[in-house]
Design a protein around this ligand. Sequence first.
Ligand code: ATP
Ligand code: MG
Length: 567
Amino acid sequence: MTINAEENSVEKKSLNFIEQIIEEEIKNGKNGGRILTRFPPEPNGYLHIGHAKSICLNFGLGIKYGGKTNLRFDDTNPVKEDTEYVDSIMEDVKWLGFEWESEPKYASDYFDKLYEFAVLLIKKGKAYVCEQSPEQMAEYKGTPTQAGKPSPWRERPVEENLRLFEGMKNGEFEEGKYMLRAKIDLASPNMHMRDPILYRIKKATHHRTGDKWCIYPMYDFAHGQSDYYEGITHSICTLEFEVHRPLYDWFLDQFVEPGAYRPRQIEFARLNLSYTVMSKRKLLRLVQEGFVTGWDDPRMPTISGYRRRGYTPESIRNFAERIGIAKRDNLIDVSLLEFSVREDLNKKAARVMGVINPLKVIITNYSDDSKEYLEAVNNPEDESMGTRKVSFSKELFIERDDFMEDAPKKFFRLSPGTEVRLRYAYFITCTNVVKDENGEIIEIHCTYDPASKGGVSPDGRKVKGTIHWVDAKNNLDAEVRLYDRLFLSEEPDDVVEGHDFTENLNPESLKIIRAKVESFLINAEAGQQFQFERIGYFCVDKDSKPDNIVFNRTVGLKDSWAKISGK
Ligand code: ATP
Ligand code: MG
């Protein structure tokens, strides 16, 4: 199923299934009406648009039901984690407009508690130190239809387990020599219940606990308990964790009284976007193998990439609201995200004129050394944004595409003998076309009607069209980065054996050109957003320097891909 903008134009929806659950619980007085959700990223990469959906959901529920939301870093794998990721995640959550409860939390805050709990399990005869290799373990685990066989170490005496586990903690053994496993049920149809690993030896430096630990808990062992320790009421996660739920419950059953408080896990469908890859592992490859310039490359589906590209937090939040919460996996059309961006920028972005493929126009009846400033509206959607003066003179640039020498009937722009309106300026009529020795058009000659100042018809006569322009004697030459979708195929992940998702990259996802824009843009600051009239939304890139202003194309004014894919 693909959801696109047209089908999804309903703004306010009824309650989603998670809200229904929560409202029912509040009615029944569960947890005394207390709501505490959390967003639990692993700090092993930058956040992407899928995470944004989870953030909007978790923080949104906190806000809607007068509760709170924790930010917790699930940092159980020191090898892949880094403070760079921690910092970027905090920046991104804040930028999206959300505030977490007090200080950020870390699964590593609970390493002592988790260790004690593991010792308790050993003492209860519910965990043991195992020496099987990964291959042996896989073999002994059986298959979903065939029960597993017990590891030869499954019945190791409690005292010996305690001693070995302590030795593991103290760094007495090599990595891989031992691991701690829960003793649950080798015949369970749920493979996660077949004596899962709780701890492995890792002699790695942790970004927060340094070299204190030589053993680290598995994600499954840390996650549910962390939620419990923090008093999380609703552990919202993606569908693939549904099969882990019995294991999380089993852990809590070992020390939580029946009927007492415990977090409730609710699963929802992860966001999949067309023309996009979302796995952090693949995004990391794009960065490491140089297909993009970094995690914040404006073509990346990361929050930092979108921010740099000019997407607004509101547009991402509106997108998350529009697509809603589903119980089954689906594929969302990326044009819906682009629609949300246009919708928001239409209200906010100041209009300017910029010519990205310039063609010189000479106004033959305009005096050589005159110039004037014409009034232009900054945003027709928002009067409070005021007006500005745009410089006009005898020589102008227009868009090459806005001129055709042999124009078909339906061409409503400039061609020999026709009259068009220069936005905010004058009516002009093309009188002559100048070409170079190769027949290439280099210049257009026009006359203007001084009585049409401001682009207003002096006598009720109509013109075919209105085009944008920039003063050729007074403008800014800027670098423009025309970004397009990073992948050519709708589901770039969907590759057959022997092929790689990188083969689906769009070779034209970035074109760098030079453009002529209104001269005042020399003072534009990184992050500022504009609509180049009739072209699209652009924002100033962080690479911008006083002697080279750089614009990123955020999104075109129209969905140019709709035509191509025949929608
Ligand atoms: P990836 O598969 O990209 O590595 P992950 O699930 O391993 O993602 P985490 O850092 O563990 O990444 O994710 C933090 C939270 O964001 C989790 O609760 C996870 O369920 C949620 N999340 C991750 N990807 C998506 C997605 N595509 N849609 C919705 N939620 C997501
Ligand atoms: Mg994960």
